[in-house]
Design a binder for this molecule. Structure first.
Ligand SMILES: Nc1ncnc2c1ncn2[C@@H]1O[C@H](COP(=O)(O)OP(=O)(O)OP(=O)(O)O)[C@@H](O)[C@H]1O
Length: 343
């Protein structure tokens, strides 16, 4: 583990498939589905069939993540972007070990890891801050430090102090966190504290679900700037999800994972995304944010990728056709030769 800390952690997800079972619900229009002509035996059969069909459509399985693969490297930020419901949070929860996918695996430095080992090496900042409103910033950090680190009090204090400095929270170290009822620190500062709580043990991998949600553009940029410094100075691997990142924020990401409806549409740099869009005939208009443009163009990207897949699979199919014809001939010959062998 020590060696892993020194060299940084590459996180690799391979073929993640995640399905959830949704609850069966009563068909909302069931009351209208019975027709007065269905009183005979044939009518009853039709009604039962209809009920079975409705039940099937109202219950079942939701394919949240479909064959998702990516790599996140140390010293870098990978941003997961996509429309609402694309599967960003689900993917992060799987990475953080909160859920297990039905298929696929997550590797750290090319090796499988168990959940407890991964928890020690990582920090997971959820979308909602879960902090005690009556504790001060310093007390909150100290609480987390005592839970996560087995160090003498003096060392805990100095770790907390240096982290408060790194997070730019010196000026509010003695201020209460607060909540809706008790006035406390600002939303941006609260997000910083949540990040601090999760990095107190100096994890090599940091996973953040929408660290900028609810923040103004300046506070959002400050948070991503701070994460960029953490990645570059400490060799952390940072994986985060984000909604509508501003132009300056996108520039700080080393790579983007564009998800739509549980599938990966792009994995690579922003420049590569821009180039791929251009190759699809989607020219980024001036002063339009690349990520927003890509999200708005998801339907076209999907269509183009499907067409490309068809083109890629067609020649082998044609080839397969000729091969099958040939094989048919060969088989005939083989059969003959087999027959002659058995003879
Ligand atoms: N426990 C669950 N029960 C029902 N549906 C779920 C559950 N978990 C995820 N989903 C569904 O899976 C899909 C992906 O959800 P997820 O929260 O991962 O998306 P997201 O990209 O993070 O969305 P947002 O940006 O709005 O947070 C959604 O359609 C969601 O409704």
């Amino acid at each position: 583990m020590q060696q892993m800390k020194m060299q940084g952690c590459e996180v690799e997800a391979i073929g993640i498939n995640y399905k959830i079972h949704t609850n069966k619900t009563e068909h909302p229009f069931k009351i209208f589905s019975k027709s007065p002509q269905l009183d005979n035996a044939n009518g009853q059969e039709i009604e039962e069939e209809e009920e079975a069909r409705v039940e099937k459509s109202c219950s079942g399985v939701r394919h949240v993540l479909k064959n998702v693969s990516f790599q996140a490297r140390p010293w870098e930020i990978l941003a997961i972007v996509g429309p609402s419901g694309a599967g960003k949070s689900s993917l992060l929860e799987i990475l953080a070990g909160k859920h297990s996918p039905q298929k696929g695996s997550v590797l750290l430095n090319q090796k499988p890891v168990d959940k407890s080992q991964f928890r020690k090496l990582s920090g997971y900042v959820t979308q909602k801050d879960t902090l005690f409103p009556l504790l001060t910033v310093e007390e909150t950090m100290m609480f987390s430090a005592k839970l996560r680190l087995k160090l003498p009090q003096q060392q805990l204090c100095s770790r907390v102090k240096s982290l408060i400095q790194e997070l730019g929270l010196d000026h509010v170290a003695g201020t209460r966190i607060g909540d809706d009822r008790v006035r406390g620190i600002s939303g941006g500062e609260r997000r910083r504290v949540s990040i601090g709580v999760e990095v107190i043990h100096d994890p090599k991998v940091l996973i953040l679900d929408e660290p900028t949600s609810g923040l103004d553009s300046t506070s959002a940029l400050q948070i991503i700037d701070m994460l960029k410094v953490m990645a570059e100075t400490r060799g952390r691997t940072i994986i985060l999800s984000i909604h509508q990142p501003g132009f300056r924020i996108v520039k700080l990401f080393n790579s983007l994972l564009l998800l739509a409806n549980g599938s990966v549409l792009h994995h690579g740099t922003a420049e590569l995304l821009s180039l791929n869009l251009r190759l699809m005939g989607l020219e980024l208009p001036l002063h339009v944010n690349l990520v927003e443009f890509a999200i708005d163009s998801i339907d076209i990207i999907q269509q183009q990728q499907q067409q490309q897949c068809q083109v890629e699979t067609e020649p082998p199919r044609r080839l397969l056709g000729t091969m099958q014809q040939k094989k048919g001939g060969d088989d005939g010959q083989q059969q003959q030769s087999g027959e002659s062998k058995s003879d």
